[in-house]
Design a protein around this ligand. Structure first.
Ligand code: ATP
Length: 286
């Protein structure tokens, strides 16, 4: 463990390296954090665009994300190591060497063994979501673009900009419309009533599974969000991806039950995708 208080990383301890990607709030860099005289930790440094370029609302979202993530410690959730406040605001995170799952699915399919890795990732994401649910958090932005890979064997949930803690007396959170809404990942009750719950995260998890088994394809293709809402309302659902077995597709479909009560729980999903359970199709007896 480092000697830094989590909240406050001095700029002198940070060394900023190559650009990793562009986020909504600013650039993300690879970097090093000095943890003692001779020790450095590889990290990802998320920058916050400077004043003027960014609304207070967006800035708040960035800081909400940072504060939320400071409290979350789980093998399948991206760790935030701390925040550097001056002269600029940086969020220092654990480095996920292989980048986003979306890019990995699209750019490196040859490194993936679908039968082995898709199930493993699905299980790990469900594990992380059980942890979040136990802390009464709804994520609200589960999608392959928001899953990062430390290695081919380990995924981590990231992007907590939209996540919210549920009140003690409520099983759902009501959001006012505004900002970016990933409609294609949202359950019908989120789109129409702005309600978010563990069950709406399960719907998004189903879409994330579909994206994974489709090697990063866009759900509903080019169809505009408004049309997707109508189609889903009428009962239309995404089709079975090529690399997906029937039992796994059935689980995906159950995540997209119109009635939230009929969707599986993350605990069920965590068990379902456990290595010990085999969901590959059994060859029909001759
Ligand atoms: P979006 O909302 O579009 O997902 P964002 O503002 O949340 O964007 P990120 O997705 O967090 O931004 O970061 C943009 C890119 O930077 C990612 O796609 C990924 O390639 C890289 N990145 C972010 N965090 C890390 C990390 N901890 N380790 C490695 N790469 C990272």
């Amino acid at each position: 463990t480092s000697s830094f208080s989590n909240e406050n990383i001095p700029m002198e301890s940070l060394e900023i390296g190559d650009l990793l990607g562009e986020g909504e709030y600013g650039e993300v860099y690879r970097g090093k954090l000095r943890t003692s005289v001779h020790e450095f930790l590889d990290v990802a440094i998320k920058t916050l665009k400077t004043e003027g370029e960014m609304s207070d609302w967006k800035k708040n979202e960035f800081l909400t994300e940072a504060r939320t993530m400071l409290d979350l410690k789980h093998a399948h959730i991206v760790r935030i190591i701390g925040i550097c406040w001056s002269p600029k605001t940086y969020m220092v995170q654990e480095l996920c060497e292989l980048g986003s799952l979306q890019d990995f699915l699209l750019d490196s399919p040859e490194l993936i063994n679908p039968k082995k890795h898709f199930r493993k990732w699905a299980q790990q994401i469900a594990q992380g979501m059980v942890y979040l649910q136990d802390r009464r958090f709804v994520h609200r932005d589960l999608a392959v673009r928001n899953i990062l890979l430390s290695s081919v064997e380990a995924v981590k949930i990231s992007d907590f900009g939209l996540s919210r803690a549920l009140g003690l007396d409520s099983e759902y959170y009501t959001a006012s419309q505004g900002g970016r809404w990933p409609i294609k990942w949202y359950a019908p009750e989120s789109c129409t009533h702005g309600t978010f719950s563990h069950a709406t995260d399960v719907w998004s998890y189903g879409i994330t599974l579909w994206e994974t088994y489709s090697f990063g394809a866009t759900p509903y293709g080019e169809m505009p969000g408004k049309e997707v809402i109508d189609m889903v309302e009428k009962g239309y659902r995404l089709e079975k991806p090529d690399h997906c077995s029937d039992p796994i597709y059935r689980v995906m479909r159950s995540c997209w039950s119109k009635n939230p009560v009929l969707r599986p729980t993350f605990r069920f999903l965590q068990n379902f995708f456990d290595d010990a359970n085999n969901h590959d199709e059994v060859a029909p007896a001759l």
